[in-house]
Design a binder for this molecule. Sequence first.
Ligand code: SF4
Ligand code: SF4
Length: 132
Amino acid sequence: MKVKINISSEIVTKPILAESIVETGVLLNVSQAHFDRSHGEVVADVLEEHFEKIRHALVSRGAVVTRLDTPIELNEDECVDCGACISVCPTKVFSMDKDYSLLVDTSKCIQCGTCVEMCPHNALALINNKHA
Ligand code: SF4
Ligand code: SF4
C-alpha cells in the first residue's frame, strides 16, 4: 500500500523517518520525496501488515500519515482524450493507447492533485483522502 508522510516545518530538520524505521524495523520503499525548510513530503510503499506499526512511530514524532488508497477517478463521459494530464502527472499514471484514447493506471497515483487542476474538462477527481 502507498502512504504519504507530511512533516511540518517544526520537525523537518529532525530525522523522524530514520528513527521510525530503526525503531520499528519496518522498511519503507520511497517513491517520491521533497524536503525544504518549510516542510517535507514523502510517498512510500509499505506492507499492509506493517502499516500500523510505522504509522504509530511516525505520528508519535509529529508527522501526518495519509493512506493513499483512493486514487484518481476518471469520468469517461467528460474526458475528451486531449492528453493534457499525461505531461503533468509525476508518476506516469496516464498514457494513450494506439487509438489515442486515454489509459489510466491508478496503481501509480500518489494523489498529488496536479491533474485535477489541469484537466480542462473537469474529468478527474480525488475523493476521500484519509489521514490515518
Ligand atoms: S486532461 Fe482531462 S480531458 Fe484531457 S485527457 Fe486528461 S482527463 Fe481527459
Ligand atoms: S493525482 Fe497526481 S499522481 Fe495521481 S494521476 Fe493526478 S497527477 Fe498523477
